[in-house]
Write a protein that binds this ligand. Sequence first.
Ligand code: NAD
Length: 515
Amino acid sequence: MELTPSASETAMAIPIPSRQLYIDGEWREPLKRKRIPIINPSTEEIIGDIPAATAEDVELAVDSARRAFSRNKGRDWASASGAYRAKYLRAIATKVLERKSQLAKLEALDCGKPLDEAAWDMDDVAACFEYYAGLAEDLDAKQKAPISLPMETFKCHILKEPLGVVALITPWNYPFLMATWKVAPALAAGCTAILKPSELASVTCLELADICKEVGLPAGVLNIVTGLGVESGAPLASHPHVDKIAFTGSNLTGSRIMASAAQMVKPVSMELGGKSPIVVFEDVNLDKAAEWTTFGCFWTNGQICSATSRLIVHERIAAKFLEKLIDWTRNIKISDPLEEGCRLGPVVSKGQYEKINKFIQTAKSEGATVLCGGGRPQHLKKGFFIQPTIITDVDTSMQIWREEVFGPVLCVKTFSSEDEAIELANDTQFGLGAAVISNDLDRCERVSKAIRSGMVWVNCSQPCFCQAPWGGIKQSGFGRELGEWGLENYLSVKQVTQYISNEPWGWYVVPKSKL
Ligand code: NAD
C-alpha cells in the first residue's frame, strides 16, 4: 500500500471536475438540468455538484445499453470474444493506477474516507478490473464445455452467455470499489450496463466515465447516471428492458427493488446490511485481538456492511481486554481525511451523523454504558465527525445489539462457554461476516462452521480479495460478488443438446408402408 502523500501535496487544492451524465459514450446534461450539491463531510461546505438524472435520462441510458448489447451491424459487446472485452478492462485498470493519486483524493473529499484508505481502494479497483479481464479471457476457453449424458444418442454442451442489460445500483461507503465489483464482472461477462451510484458520493464513478471515454470503450457498453434514488434508481430498477438488477445498499431499498423486480420476474442479486460478530476467546494475545477488533469496527469510519460491530468476549479476559481496546481506540487519529496519518474521518453526511448519534442516545436510554467515545471529538468543531465509541452493559434486546448502525460504534457482550459465544454470534437477523479470534485453531474451525454467515475471518477481520466470494445469508442478502461467483452473476447457462443417431427416435411409430 502506498501511504499518504506529503502534507504539502495534500494541502493543495483539489478541483472537483464538473461532469455530466455519461450516456451512449457521451457526456449529456440531464434533460431536466437538475444538479445535486456535493458536500465535503469534513467541512460541511459545498464543493461542487453532480448531475441528477430522472426517468427520461434513464430511458436514454437503457436504450443505449440495449443497442450496445446487440447491434445488428458491426461487433456487439455480447458476442465479442472475452479477449476483446479483456483489453478494455485492462486499459481501465491501467488508467485507474495512472490517476490513483487524484482519484484517491476525490474519494476522500467526497465521502470522508481517510486518504490512505482511499488510495488502497484505488489499488483494489485496478486489481479487480485486471482480475475480471483474466476471467473474461478464460470464458472463451470454457465455452462449449461438454456434459456427459446417460444416452449415447445425444451429445450436449454448455454455452455461458451474458444476461443482457444490467442495472448496477451502488452505495456511498466504497463508491468506486463497490461500483467496480459490479461493473468489472458485468462487462467481462459481455453484459452492457447502467451504473447508478449513490447521490451521496458519485464523484469517482463519474471519473470512471471519463476513463471509459479515454480508453475508447464502445458507446453504450457502460452508462453512468447519477441522481436521487427515487428519481433515477427506481425508474432504472423497474425498467422493462433491464434484464437484471445487481444492488448493494440498505435492506429497505433492497426490498423495494425486489418487490418491483418481482412484477417482471427479473433476477436480482442483493448485498445488504449486517451486524457482524467478532468472538474473542480467552487464549488470545490481547494486543493482536485489540488491533483486529478496532480495525474490524472502525475501518472506513465504521461504515462497512461487514463491520464486526458486536464484540463477544470471554468473561475471564473481558475487563483487561476492554482496557486495551480503549487504549487502541484513543490512539486512532481522527482528522480531515486528507491530513497525514488520518485513520478516522467524518461519516458521510449530516443524515448519517444524526442517525448514529441517535443510536448512541437510544443505547444510553435503554441502560447501556458508553465506555469511550460517544460524541464529537473536541478538537473538531465542524464536519460530521464521531468518536470511535465502545458500548457495554448491552442486552440482546437493545437496538444497539440488533440494528446496523453503519458508524464507528462497537457494542460488547461477554460469554462463558463456546456454545454461548456461538449462540450470541448467531443472535441476529443478518448473516454477512463474522470473526473468530483464538490461538486454538480447532476451536476456530468449529466456531467458523457453527456461525451462520457468508464469510468468516479467523484471527483477523475484514480482509477482502477479489478472488474470493463476497456476500451474505439471511437478511444480508443473496448472490455472491467477486471471484468466479461474481462473474456467474452476469451469465446465463444455455444447454445445447444434439441428437446424433441415424436411427429414428421411435416414440411415434409410423407404419413402414406409409414411409
Ligand atoms: P441505500 O439503500 O440508501 O442506497 C443505495 C443505492 O440505492 C443508492 O444508489 C441510492 O440512490 C439507491 N436507491 C435509493 N432508493 C432507491 C429506490 N427506491 N430504487 C432504486 N434505487 C434506490 O443505501 P446506502 O445508504 O447508500 O448504503 C448503506 C447500506 O449499504 C448499508 O445498509 C450497508 O450495510 C449496505 N452495504 C452493503 C454491502 C454488502 O456488500 N453487503 C456493501 C456496502 C454497503
